[in-house]
Design a protein around this ligand. Structure first.
Ligand SMILES: Cc1cc2nc3c(=O)[nH]c(=O)nc-3n(C[C@H](O)[C@H](O)[C@H](O)COP(=O)(O)OP(=O)(O)OC[C@H]3O[C@@H](n4cnc5c(N)ncnc54)[C@H](O)[C@@H]3O)c2cc1C
Length: 377
């Protein structure tokens, strides 16, 4: 007769199991990595602090570069089936209100906005379907590395794994516990909310310079607008007041917040530890590329992990991963830095919009470098 195992027994077996790879964080980086690891036949465990679906501070825009990775995960169609908004153009607005509109790639691999609650949940479920074990509501608190990794959670559980992936975002616990986290430059803070979609907003992403910082706006479905505000701790309340007036938001609107917006990159490849997504490098949100870097670095880390677990040359796997990550950012980071320079001094950013009204070709060229059609990735 089948007798259920006691909780105690299950727990002891749990401690004994050694996973090939343990991934901390189930955002786009962690889910992508987990799905590719599971596809490669690795025993994969994801520990995620939150219970999904959950929102997070983000502009909700998917750069077209994401599509090839989503295709390889066989979820592109499912992402397109989620409530979303296609974004055929980006509108840059100077402080004085002057505007420049730049077209974005069209077709099914276009720029698209989708709520992170839906997108992240879909990706985490994909990893689960492919065989990854996923524990939500589980916060990693401590790590020890001997031959294998021992990972402790806030609830006192212990897990063992041969390789560890830090996919736990810009304030990565994994990087902090390994003394890798640089001191955050808490120079800026972001606020984000989903508000009712104003009538006639249309299908476009708006990037608006304001004296105190900037705002990003994108419809995410038929009824909601994603509204982001980025400023300094001193100016953020003024930005919020601007948003309340401009969009007729009631003061009881709930906002999510995050900081830092900038910090130095962390070395991403170590003996049996990889850092991916925001945990490795935080980019300026203005250009809306972070999700792509998260997805792609997750894929690259899974490839390197599979090689290490199969006892292929560890050093060459680490080198190849670091090189591929460099390549991923190469040719794009300078635009991101340029965008940061512009948003840190919104008056200069505004001058750029004025210049683009006279000759739009530079802005079009820069936008095209960031929002590349998926076929070129
Ligand atoms: C204002 C703003 C707007 C943005 N807009 C865009 C945009 O439009 N498009 C775009 O592509 N990018 C955008 N980004 C960037 C994007 O949000 C990130 O780059 C992306 O979320 C990175 O994914 P990730 O998986 O690395 O990290 P995250 O999405 O942060 O996921 C990390 C996960 O780890 C979990 N976690 C953290 N600590 C622990 C722990 N100790 N134990 C267990 N789990 C843990 C968290 O709960 C979280 O689910 C924006 C960022 C900001 C700040």
């Amino acid at each position: 007769m089948f007798r259920p195992r006691s909780t105690r027994q299950t727990r002891i077996e749990h401690v004994k199991e050694i996973f090939d790879v343990l991934i901390v964080g189930g955002g786009p980086a962690g889910s992508s990595c987990a799905a590719f690891c599971a596809l490669a036949g690795l025993r994969t465990l994801v520990l995620e602090r939150e219970n999904f679906p959950r929102e997070k501070v983000c502009g909700d825009c998917l750069n077209p570069s994401c599509w090839p990775v989503l295709e390889r995960l066989s979820v592109a169609r499912r992402v397109r089936d989620l409530p979303h908004s296609k974004l055929p153009s980006a509108e840059f607005v100077a402080i004085c209100g002057h505007k420049v509109v730049v077209e974005l790639p069209s077709g099914e691999n276009c720029e698209l906005s989708v709520k992170r609650s839906l997108f992240d949940d879909l990706l985490l479920n994909r990893a689960r379907d492919l065989g990854a074990q996923v524990r939500e509501g589980t916060t990693v608190k401590a790590l020890a590395n001997d031959e294998n990794w021992t990972i402790k959670t806030a609830a006192g559980e212990t897990f063992s794994a041969r390789t560890l992936i830090g996919a736990d975002g810009r304030n990565s616990t994994v990087a902090r516990l390994r003394n890798l986290l640089p001191r955050p430059a808490r120079e800026r803070v972001a606020l984000q909310a989903h508000i009712p979609l104003p009538p006639n907003f249309g299908r476009r992403v708006v990037l608006q310079f304001l004296p105190e910082g900037y705002s990003g706006q994108a419809p995410v479905n038929e009824t909601e607008l994603n509204l982001c505000l980025v400023g300094t701790p001193h100016t953020i309340s003024k930005l919020r007041q601007w948003a309340e007036r401009h969009f007729e938001i009631t003061p009881d609107q709930s906002w999510r917040t995050i900081t830092p917006l900038t910090r130095s990159a962390v070395p991403c490849a170590h003996k049996n530890l990889f850092l991916i997504g925001d945990a490795a490098r935080v980019v300026e949100p203005f250009t809306g590329e972070g999700i792509y870097y998260a997805l792609r670095s997750g894929e690259l880390a899974a490839r390197a992990t599979a090689r290490i677990i199969r006892d292929k040359d560890r050093h060459s796997a680490l080198r190849e991963f670091a090189r591929a990550c460099d390549q991923m950012y190469r040719g794009r980071l300078w635009i991101n830095r340029l965008a940061r320079a512009a948003v840190l001094r919104p008056h200069i950013g505004s001058l750029f919009v004025h210049a683009a009204r006279i000759n739009a070709s530079i802005l079009k060229l820069l936008t095209a470098k960031i929002v590349l059609p998926a076929s070129t990735r």
